[in-house]
Write a protein that binds this ligand. Sequence first.
Ligand code: ZN
Length: 351
Amino acid sequence: MVSSPNRRIYHTHSCERTRGPPNLVKVRPVVFAGARKSSIVVKLRYFVDEIQEITLDLIYRYDPLAPSKWQPPTDADEALQLLHDGHRRFVDFVGNMQQRSQVGGADEPLIMHLDPASLGLPLWHAGSTIQMPFALVLGCSDARVPVERVFDQAFNNLFVVRIAGNVLGTECLGSFDYAVRRLAGSLKLVVVLGHTTCGAVTAAVDMYLDPRDYEQIACTHGMRSLVDRIMISVRAAAKSLERAYGAEIKQHPNYRTALIEAAVYLNSAITAFDLRRELELMKTETARVVFGVYDLETFDVRGIPEADRAQSDSAKSLSLVPAPDSADDFTRLAAAIAKALCKRYLQKPPA
Ligand SMILES: [Zn+2]
């Protein structure tokens, strides 16, 4: 949604209310442009009840002549801070929208100030920009998890590889190999990003719980490849939950839910572990690998889940965790994840 300095572009999104609190879903964008200057206006029209319709204006405002505030990170810590700041903006934006929908204030425009250079786009109509991402992200293909939006990053900031279940296949490794060799000057950090209610992980869990369904997937090479890669995480998740809760855990009505979520976290951790090993073999300086899971309910990104979502610290909405570096490290991590999820879903703290 970027216009040239002397144009204004309107994006009108019509959103239908669904059951429960008003939510910005089912967006059908309609785009048209005018000939004014300096702002982009996004109109969000949605219904707060059966008869009332509200339009909220989002204004992206920038000054093309203002000095740029963008400073590329010089190390992994600064890169992490940029992701943290961006995620904070994203969470604040979602919260602001939801509050205006539910409490009121939707008649006031929401103004977002942009630094033109930080958009990562050429300011002049000549040539193309040089690729200079500061972070490499392996995420899931799930449509609900657009990586640049979750971290509120501009074009050219992230080198993103997305594949269902964020597993590490040969083609993914090829992309990473290219990135760390050709973009080593700007890359400072590698992130593996999973997400809750992941369909690929859920398929693997269901296969684990009822192997009779394997025939459905056995004849589909692509699906079988995905599920097989994730199955190691499912087994590790089942083992850690059983250690934390006891052998009777399989009888608990929330067992499947807890197992899916534990497997999501461990799948991201294992992928990060593998990726770290691969990067070490490539002898690259971009060796800092972290991982996290995007929670579709809270919008937080965490390496270890909160036991109680309602008590989660919003100031720490992004807490990426270093990739485990040994089997013992992985076991400790699995135990911490199992402990939190037992408390959340099974309501019995482990011994
Ligand atoms: Zn997924």
